[in-house]
Write a protein that binds this ligand. Structure first.
Ligand code: DNO
Length: 392
C-alpha cells in the first residue's frame, strides 16, 4: 500500500512542497484542462511528470484520477469509434510515460454530489454533506423535476418545501454551486438550464441501456489496457444511488460483480472508495474489498456517517460507519500477497480521500474536500493504522 496524495496540478492551493511535507510520495493527478474525449499527448503528460519530479521532493506521478469518459460513450451515441480510439491512445501515451493506474467513473452527467460544502463540525471545522432535504428541494423546486417526488419519502418532501420557502436567492445559488462542485475540470459545469438539457439527453436511457454502454466501453478499452499493463480502476458512484432520475450502475456489490465479470481481465479493476460505497447501508465495504481484492488498483480511504433519511456527512477518517481498521486489514493482506508473489510492481496506491477543513484550511479555499490539514489528519491516522497492522 503506497501512500498517495491527490494534487490538482498548478492550480491547486496545496503546493508540492506541502505534499512532500505530509510524507506521501505518490501523486494522483490528471490533465484537467484537456477536454473530455480528446487525446492526452505524450508531451503534456511528460510536462506534468517533470513538474512533479523536478521539484526534487521525491514525488512521482503514479495514478491518473481521472481519465474522463465522454458523455457520448455513456449515452452510446455519436462518433464512438473515434472516442474509443482516443481513449486507447491516451492509455498508450500514459503507459509510454510509465503511468500504470488509471481511475475513471461511469456516472452520467454529474460526478460526486454534495448539497453542502461547509457543514459545521465541532470546534468550527467544516465537512462535506449530502442532505436529502436540500437535494429534494433542488430537484423539486429549483430544477422542476416533478418525478423526483417518487424518489423521496413524504416527510423529506415536506421539509424540502419548507427549506425552499425559507431560502434566500443566495441560499439557492449556494445549493446549486455545491451540487456542481464535484466536477473537477473546467468543463461542463451546468447552470439550471444547462443541467436540464444534460438530463434530457438521457431520456430513454435506463439501467439496462447504461450497462450496455458500459460493457461496450470495457470491451473497447480493457484489452488494450491489459496489453499495456495498465490497471483501469472504476470509481464507485457517489452517492451510490440513482440521482436526478439518472441511473447509476457502480453503486453496490452486485454492480461491482457485474462489472468485474463483464470483461474478466486484471486490467478491469476497481478504485476501492470506502466513502462512496459506505454511503449505502447495504454495502459491506470490507467484504466488497475482499471479494475483488485482486482487482483493486487504487484505494480512496474516507468515512461517512449515515442518517435515516438518506442524508450523510463526511466523518473523520476513523470515525464514520465503515470500520476502517477491518477494511485496511483486507487491503494490507492483498498488498502483502502481491509482494510475497514477487509482484511488487502491482502494489496499489491509496490516498486519504477528502478531509474536514480544519484551522488554516478554512481560509485557504482549496478544492472542496481537498484541504491540506484535514487530509493530513486522515493520512496520519490511517498511516498509524497501517503501521500497527503491519506488525500485528
Ligand atoms: C471525489 C473523487 C471523484 C473521483 C472521480 C473519479 O472526491 O473521488 O471525483 O475523482 O469520480 O473518476
Amino acid at each position: 500500500m503506497i501512500e498517495g496524495w491527490r494534487w490538482f496540478g498548478p492550480v491547486d492551493k496545496v503546493t508540492l512542497p506541502e505534499v512532500a511535507q505530509t510524507g506521501a510520495r505518490a501523486i494522483v493527478t490528471a490533465l484537467h484542462d484537456i477536454p473530455y474525449g480528446e487525446v492526452w499527448p505524450v508531451a503534456a503528460i511528460r510536462e506534468r511528470q517533470a513538474m512533479i519530479a523536478d521539484a526534487g521532493l521525491g514525488l512521482e506521478w503514479r495514478v491518473v484520477e481521472s481519465l474522463p469518459v465522454h458523455e457520448d460513450i455513456k449515452r452510446g451515441t455519436g462518433d464512438l469509434a473515434a472516442l474509443f480510439a482516443n481513449y486507447r491512445q491516451s492509455l498508450a501515451n500514459l503507459a509510454e510515460c510509465g503511468i500504470k493506474a488509471v481511475c475513471y467513473n461511469f456516472m452520467p452527467v454529474l460526478d460526486w454530489t454534495r448539497t453542502t460544502l461547509n457543514a459545521p463540525v465541532r470546534g468550527g471545522a467544516t465537512a462535506l454533506r449530502f442532505d436529502a432535504v436540500r437535494m429534494a428541494a433542488f430537484e423539486l423546486h429549483m430544477l422542476g423535476r416533478d418525478a423526483a417526488a417518487d424518489d423521496y419519502p413524504p416527510e423529506v418532501i415536506a421539509r424540502a418545501g419548507e427549506w425552499f420557502d425559507a431560502s434566500s436567492e443566495a441560499d439557492r445559488e449556494t445549493l446549486l454551486t455545491s451540487i456542481m462542485a464535484g466536477l473537477p475540470g473546467a468543463f461542463d459545469r451546468y447552470s439550471i438550464d444547462g443541467l436540464r438539457e444534460a438530463l434530457a439527453r438521457y431520456d430513454g436511457i435506463g439501467r439496462q441501456e447504461l450497462r450496455a454502454a458500459y460493457k461496450r466501453f470495457l470491451e473497447e478499452v480493457i484489452p488494450t489496457a491489459e496489453e499495456l499493463g495498465i490497471g483501469m480502476c472504476v470509481h464507485p458512484d457517489d452517492p451510490p444511488r440513482d440521482i436526478l432520475g439518472l441511473p447509476r450502475i457502480v453503486s453496490d456489490a452486485e454492480d461491482i460483480a457485474w462489472i468485474m465479470d463483464a470483461v474478466d481481465m486484471r486490467a478491469n479493476g476497481l478504485t476501492l472508495c470506502s466513502g462512496s460505497l459506505g454511503a449505502n447501508p447495504a454495502n459491506d465495504v470490507p467484504t466488497i474489498a475482499a471479494d475483488h481484492a485482486n482487482r483493486i488498483h487504487f484505494a480512496h480511504l474516507r468515512n461517512v456517517s449515515r442518517e435515516p433519511d438518506g442524508s450523510f456527512q463526511e466523518a473523520a477518517h476513523l470515525v464514520g460507519d465503515t470500520n476502517m481498521v477491518v477494511l485496511i486489514r483486507v487491503l494490507l493482506a492483498e498488498s502483502e500477497r502481491r509482494m510475497s508473489q514477487g509482484r511488487a510492481g502491482t502494489d496499489f496506491v491509496w490516498r486519504p480521500d477528502h478531509g474536514h477543513e480544519i484551522g488554516p484550511d478554512l481560509t485557504r479555499d482549496a478544492h472542496p474536500g481537498y484541504p491540506l490539514i484535514g487530509r493530513l489528519r486522515g493520512l496520519a491516522e490511517l498511516r498509524g493504522v497501517i503501521a500497527g497492522l503491519r506488525v500485528s
